[in-house]
Structure formats: C-alpha cells, structure tokens
Design a binder for this molecule. Structure first.
Ligand SMILES: [Zn+2]
Length: 445
C-alpha cells in the first residue's frame, strides 16, 4: 500500500510540474494562447439568409427517390486474417403524399414505414478485404475482378449507368464526345479509353476492365493488403450509380420531362473523392445537358455531419425562419467554416457536383445541403446567388414537408432509407457472419 500512496500523489505532482514547464515554452505558449477564446463565439459577417422561400406554397414534386448505402466489414469469426466487406446501396421510391401523411402522424415511428409505401431496390455487393482471394491471383487483382463482376448485368446492373455517364449516353450516336484516357496498369503508358467494358492496352495488350478506370485501387496500395478505403470508395461509386439510374432510364426512353416531379435525395455530400473526378466530370455534363434541355434534375445531398452542420448548429441566426436559405461564398466556407485559407487563383475542385447551402425547414430543423448550380465548373459558383439555383425553391418546399419530429434535423425518406440499407443491426450482421463463414469454410478461397 505505501508504494501506491507514494506513487500516486508523487507521480501526480511531478506530472503537473512537467506539464507547467511544457507550457512555459514560448512556442507552446503562443499555440495555447491562440486556442483560447475569451468571448462568446463571434458571428462572422455575412451569417444571414440569402433567400427566403415561401414554404406555404404547394410543391410540384410528387415522388421522392432516396439513395443511401450501408457498409459493414465482417471478419471471419474463426480466422481473423480473413475479412469481407458488405456494401448495401439502395434506392427507394416514395410518394410525397404518403410521406406528408406520415409526417403529420404523431404516433407513427418512421422506422416502421414498410415497403407498402413505396418500392425499394437494394443492390448488395461483397468485397474481399483480407485473406480471401481467387486462386493464385494477388489480393489487388482479386478485388479488380470482384469490382468488375459486381457492376455486371444480373448482379447490380450498374455498368449501364457507368457507361452512360462516362460515354455521354444521352448524346445522339456519332455526336462528338469528350476524350477519356487512362494509364495502363501494366506498362504505365497512357491510352484512350474505348467505350467497352473489357479492353486491352494498345501498347502491351494487358487486359483492363472499365471499372479499372474508376481508380479505386491506387498505385500506393500494396498488392496484398489494399485497405478498407477501397470498400468506402466503391460504396461511394455504387451510390452515385444508383442515384443516376432512374434519370438514365428516363432519358433513354425520352421521358426526362418526368424529372420535374421527382426529388432525388442522396444521403451525404454530392462528391466522389480521389479518382472519382472521372465520373463527376460525366455527371456535370449530364446535369448541364438536362438543364439545357429544360428538364433539370431536382437533386439534393444531405450532410448529417461535418463542419457545415456544426456551423449551422452554432449560428442558427444564419437561417432564422422556416424557408430561409444561407448561401455562403466559397471564401466564407473555407475561412469561416473550415478554418482554412482561401486562394481563389489556386482553387480547383474536380470532385463535387453541388454547392453547400444551409436551410431552415421548420422551427426545429436546420439542414446542411448540397445542390447543383447552373455552373458546375469547380463544383459551383464562387459567390452563389439565388438565380444560380432555379430548382431550389421547389426543393426547399418539398423538404419542409418531410421533417420528422422524432429525430433532430431528420428527414423522413432518409430515416426510411437508412433503415433499409443498414447492415449494422443485430439480425443482419449475424446473417452476414454466417454468410462469411460459409464462403470461407474449407481453406483456399
Ligand atoms: Zn500497357
């Protein structure tokens, strides 16, 4: 016991002194000083609404399509060195009238909204992450094969959407299209991408899949342990392809006028990081084309976490009344919200297809959204103004009817979609574990 006593108090005092001495250091002192906040948070100039939408007016939107995805990494319970990731992207189609009825019902738990309300399409995908491979192939090549197979017809059918976005499937045959090229995975030489799902490098004949163009496996990934970012990156791509599937089908059937009555909600931001810019470039062209044709998409990404969400929590005066929209300029976002420096000359954004805005939907609901502007270069205008978003009033009016009083800042279709794609709840994760066991049983693959 005496040992403990001595060690306890004595150690505590010593560490206090060491801590004080550390703070005596001039460099550390100035860092600590700069962290100190003496006053209440300063409200940055310009924290005010840019637009006030009349939400009493009835929306023209009739249907809501919500896209979301769940992801779960499941290790083999017996052999931890083997793991699979399960990705569950899905789109649900709900009628606004049904959702409004639910929003008004104080008893109904939105998580219980059954599929009777609408249609839900899930396109599950599995990716091996550790120790699961095909024959003698490296882990990286196994992943390439699986990603390619996942997009094929009969599995997720999403190659159709990828080809549509990359090769501008909305243009008439023979119309000039943007050139795309990639580096050969083997000889590293650049070559033009042919509009096919499988093709050889013209220099060395190495076989490639169109999915290789997504760049999900970077050069820095090791051959044997590519890492979980691959699964997250692939989930992002699958969500985007689910999002544009219905617009693609409407465009192909020459029925895109129908887009006037559909609101597309994506869980999370409207962007694809890293090599995803290659798809974003196609998305921007498609959105521009729809707008020029007079059938723009009503599209919104809902950010549930992040700096914009936190900013709106701290400064709700940016949107004091329901229907208020806060449209911060790019400099404001960088300097006041993200706390970074902004250089307009060096600014380049190839990964986003939406502009960040804050909207108050009700007395209690303030949401961080992203929505495409009329200009999509660099993600959107440097200083956004209301005329940059011709669909915004309709979007805000629709969303204001979808708030759920049961969850802070929640939107009913997202609560529903989250539940559909969730793999984390007890029952489905047990099913996944059993599935992994059956896949991995018997050594080898
Ligand atoms: Zn080559």
């Amino acid at each position: 016991m005496p040992y403990q006593k001595r060690g306890g108090a004595g150690f505590e005092a010593a560490s206090k002194i060491a801590h004080m001495e550390m703070i005596q250091h001039p460099v550390l002192q100035s860092v600590v000083q700069s962290l100190r906040v003496d006053d209440a948070p300063r409200t940055p100039a310009g924290t005010e609404p840019t637009l006030r939408v009349d939400i009493a007016q009835a929306p023209v939107i009739e249907d809501i399509v919500t896209v979301d995805a769940g992801l779960q990494v499941v290790p083999n319970p017996v052999r931890r060195e083997k793991a699979m990731s399960f990705i569950n992207p899905g789109a649900s189609l709900l009628r606004l009238a049904d959702l409004e009825r639910l929003a008004a019902d104080p008893i109904m738990d939105p998580r219980d909204m059954s599929d009777i309300l609408g249609r839900h399409t899930l396109r599950p995908a599995y990716l091996p992450l550790r120790g699961v491979r095909m024959g003698s192939r490296s882990m990286k090549d196994t992943l390439r094969e699986v990603i390619n197979a996942t997009l094929c017809r009969g599995i997720t059918d999403l190659y159709d959407v990828l080809e549509f976005l990359l090769f501008e499937g909305w243009l008439p045959q023979g119309a000039p299209r943007a050139k795309r090229s990639m580096k050969c995975l083997d000889c590293r030489q650049e070559f033009d991408l042919p509009p096919k799902q499988i093709f050889g490098c013209p220099h060395c004949a190495h076989a490639h899949y169109l999915s290789d163009y997504l760049g999900l496996l970077s050069d820095s990934d090791s051959e044997e342990s590519p890492g979980e970012e691959v699964a997250h990156g692939f989930m992002g791509v699958l969500e985007v392809l689910c999002l544009f599937r219905l617009p693609m089908l409407l465009t192909k059937a020459n029925r895109d006028a129908r887009l006037a009555n559909i609101l597309f909600i994506k869980d999370g931001s409207l962007m694809l990081r890293a090599a995803g810019f290659r798809v974003v470039d196609g998305i921007r062209r498609y959105l521009d084309w729809l707008r020029a044709k007079g059938s723009p998409m009503h599209l919104v990404g809902v950010e549930k976490t992040g700096q914009m969400t936190e900013f709106l929590e701290d400064f709700s005066q940016a949107v004091p009344q329901p229907g208020d929209v806060f449209m911060p300029p790019r400099r404001f976002i960088k300097e006041e919200i993200q706390g970074r420096s902004y250089d307009p000359e060096g600014y380049r954004d190839r990964v986003s297809y939406g502009t960040r805005i804050g909207v108050r939907l009700s007395e209690t609901h303030v949401v961080a959204l992203q929505t495409p502007a009329t200009t999509l270069a660099n993600g959107g205008p440097e200083v956004p103004v209301p005329t940059d978003f011709p669909e915004l009033e309709e979007i805000v009016r629709t969303l204001s009817r979808l708030t759920s009083a049961r969850y802070p800042n929640a939107l009913l279709p997202l609560v529903h979609a989250n539940r559909q794609v969730s793999l984390a709840n007890g029952r489905s994760s047990r099913i996944l574990e059993e599935y992994v066991m059956s896949l991995m049983r018997g050594g080898g693959a």
